[in-house]
Design a protein around this ligand. Structure first.
Ligand SMILES: NC(=O)c1ccc[n+]([C@@H]2O[C@H](COP(=O)([O-])OP(=O)(O)OC[C@H]3O[C@@H](n4cnc5c(N)ncnc54)[C@H](OP(=O)(O)O)[C@@H]3O)[C@@H](O)[C@H]2O)c1
Length: 260
């Protein structure tokens, strides 16, 4: 549940570099039970997502669509363009993709507030924001983002960010939750996963679910899509959660964690 009272699925599917057959992959994901899709104006996947949704025959109220506007340009117009590409009347969640080079993007945030007011987005939020930058948006407008979408895995996360998000009732969406595969072979991870008869990827997804952060793993391959949603039949013990928490080394598969 978001602080606005709207509900958001606890797991989604990412679409960055989902370039092989976006429409087919999205239709498959919806068939498998995924109900949240993450995209962005700059991923090039929005038209394919529209096709996939149409192919699935799913009603609008039955899926949750997250997209993003860039840190430059007119965020209101970018919101409209995203919706045109997606063939949708509204997004469930519209994010500022990343903070601009200077400042927190207060004007971008005002544009998203207007877009929400006009019904183009049910909720608005940010991505790649530090706590200071979120504070600046709140100070400027009084509007608290519902979500901060950031890179997040046991190998790279921040307790300070988690505490802050809980205090402000901001949900953390975990991107690159599988470390873009770079840490899936970590022995400590494999050892715990084996105990539960699950894969390292499933363990990373489950770690998020049990800590109330929302993972959005991306998968081109059907087998991966199936595996990543098969995470609701086991529970990581407190002891193993602690071990996983202890793997934190502020690791980023993309370079640096921009929120630290
Ligand atoms: N806001 C931002 O700035 C930002 C930045 C990065 C990402 N994101 C979002 O977050 C999503 C996820 O992050 P990501 O794509 O960077 O990385 P990720 O989800 O951590 O990793 C994707 C990689 O993992 C592989 N994979 C998926 N499931 C697997 C499994 N069960 N076992 C083994 N390998 C598996 C995929 O392979 P196949 O594709 O071959 O199946 C792909 O190579 C993105 O797609 C995007 O929507 C947002």
């Amino acid at each position: 549940m978001l602080h606005t009272g709207n509900r958001m699925p606890v797991l989604g599917v990412g679409t960055w570099q989902l370039t092989n057959d976006t429409a087919g992959t999205i239709a498959t994901a919806l068939t498998l039970g995924y109900r949240m899709i993450d995209t962005s104006g700059d991923y090039g996947t929005q038209p394919g997502i529209a096709d996939g949704i149409n192919r699935s025959g799913m009603e609008r109220a039955d899926f949750y669509l997250v997209t993003k506007v860039e840190e430059v340009g007119d965020a209101y117009q970018a919101t409209r363009k995203n919706l045109d590409e997606l063939q949708l009347d509204y997004a469930d969640l519209m994010l500022i993709h990343r903070p601009p080079r200077t400042g927190a993007g207060e004007d971008l945030w005002r544009s998203l507030i207007r877009a929400k007011g006009d019904g183009l987005a049910k909720d608005i939020g940010v991505s790649n924001y530090s706590t200071d930058l979120i504070d600046a948006l709140i100070d400027a407008t009084g509007e608290v983002p519902t979500v901060n979408q950031i890179e997040w895995s046991p190998f790279g996360y921040s307790d300070d960010m988690l505490r802050y998000a809980m205090e402000k009732h901001i949900v953390i969406q975990a991107y690159s939750p599988l470390t873009r595969t770079k840490r899936l072979r970590d022995e400590r991870l494999s050892e715990i996963a084996t105990k539960y008869g699950k894969s390292p990827a499933q363990l990373l997804i489950r770690w998020n679910l049990q800590r109330a952060t929302v993972p959005i793993p991306k998968a081109n391959q059907r087998q991966h899509l199936e595996e990543n949603i098969d995470v609701f039949d086991f529970e990581i013990s407190e002891h193993d959660l602690e071990t996983l928490n202890g793997l934190n080394e502020r690791y980023s598969s993309l370079g640096t964690l921009p929120y630290i």
